[in-house]
Design a protein around this ligand. Structure first.
Ligand code: PEP
Ligand code: MN
Length: 356
């Protein structure tokens, strides 16, 4: 349930409304938009407060029907959330490009990729240290050694690190090294893991499960925010359909649909969608054109020798070429690419505030 307050509702009325909700044992989410406050009442049975709130000074309207994910829904929080990763902003006017290998394989490999990503204008380095593989016999990642190599690459290049965490028990370890924790498609509905990344402060990149609907993705994001961490970035990475020409089907519709339903930033992973590197630049251009806030792309110095996902990994040169194309498309839709070398001018981080 949400309470829409009068425009310019005095602070003392607002405080009384919040006190009433909290006093009744519910959590409060307040968001401001165009001088108007929207107060979300979070918790089972919130409707029973409707009558009391409707009669309070400063309350314009009570809307009982609300989506099942109040914390992440745009209805509760019409403004766009910007997630800051140090001085990089995801969800602002500039697009954020994250790139790197599927898996961290060696010091030479990750340093070579990091330098190339940075030179081409990427601002974050991806690379799995813990890999969720379909087969138990496939390479499972270098573990902590991989995290140390990523940190070394960050120290040299200044790129922020995004890397996957696959188990609740690993969250503390991964959070010590990573700037952004990735929850992969296979774990989108691992609710213990979602709560665990919600209980630590670093931003979370949440990938859509390959068989998950948009609403299921939003409910997964709700778990993270409800556990206390509002810094969530969503990622469309292709879903399973009857089509076999590509590894997955990039659900391009999901980007504008998510923009409609949620205030969280949305990025696209064209690599896991396509499964073939030839298709990655076209899907990246499409993602930017349709309104994505950024991209996460697989890149490898020698894709044919990669231990995982080589077929879909761009060469370093192809990545640099693609960045030029992305820049053009971004300009055409009124956006630009975030650069590491320019100071952040996009202001404060804006995320929902939750109490309780
Ligand atoms: C990855 O990013 O390498 C990965 C395993 O992605 P997804 O979870 O989307 O399959
Ligand atoms: Mn991969």
């Amino acid at each position: 349930m949400i309470a829409i307050l009068d425009k310019d509702c005095p602070l003392k009325f607002k405080a009384e409304i919040v006190r009433t909700i909290e006093g009744a044992g519910f959590r409060v989410q307040v968001s401001e938009h165009n001088d108007q406050s929207i107060v979300g009442v979070i918790g089972l049975g919130a409707e029973k407060l409707a009558g009391q709130l409707a009669g309070m000074p400063g309350v314009k309207e009570i809307r009982p029907v609300a989506p099942p994910y109040p914390l992440v829904s745009r209805e509760h929080h019409p403004g766009q959330t910007r997630v800051k990763v140090d001085d990089v902003t995801v969800g602002g006017p500039s697009l954020v490009v994250m790139a790197g290998p599927c898996a961290v394989e060696s010091q030479e490999q990750i340093m070579t990729v990091a330098r190339a990503v940075s030179a081409a204008g990427g601002v974050m380095l991806r690379g799995g240290a813990f890999k969720p593989r379909s087969s138990p016999y496939s390479f499972q990642g270098l573990g902590q050694e991989g995290l140390e190599l990523l940190a070394e690459a960050r120290d040299e290049t200044g790129l922020r690190i995004v890397t996957e965490v696959v188990a609740p028990d690993d969250v503390d370890l991964v959070a010590r090294y990573a700037d952004v924790l990735q929850v992969g498609a296979r774990n989108m509905q691992n609710y213990r893991l979602l709560s665990a990344v919600g209980e630590q402060p670093n931003p979370v990149l949440l990938k859509r499960g390959m068989m998950a609907t948009v609403d299921e993705l939003l409910l997964a994001a709700e778990y993270i925010v409800a556990a206390g961490n509002p810094r969530v970035i969503l990622c469309e990475r292709g879903i399973r359909t009857f089509e076999t020409a590509t590894r997955n089907t990039l659900d391009i519709c999901a980007i504008p649909v998510l923009k409609e339903k949620t205030h969280l930033p949305v990025i696209v992973d064209p690599s896991h969608a396509a499964g073939r590197r030839e298709l990655v630049p076209a899907l990246s251009r499409a993602a930017v054109a349709v309104g994505a806030d950024g991209l996460i792309v697989e890149v490898h110095p020698n894709p044919d020798a990669a231990v995982s996902d080589g077929r879909q990994s761009l060469t370093l040169d192809a990545f640099a070429e693609m960045m030029d194309e992305i820049r053009t498309v971004a300009g055409a839709v009124g956006r630009s690419l975030t650069r590491t070398t320019t100071p952040d001018t996009q202001g404060q981080e804006s995320v929902v505030r939750i109490s309780g």
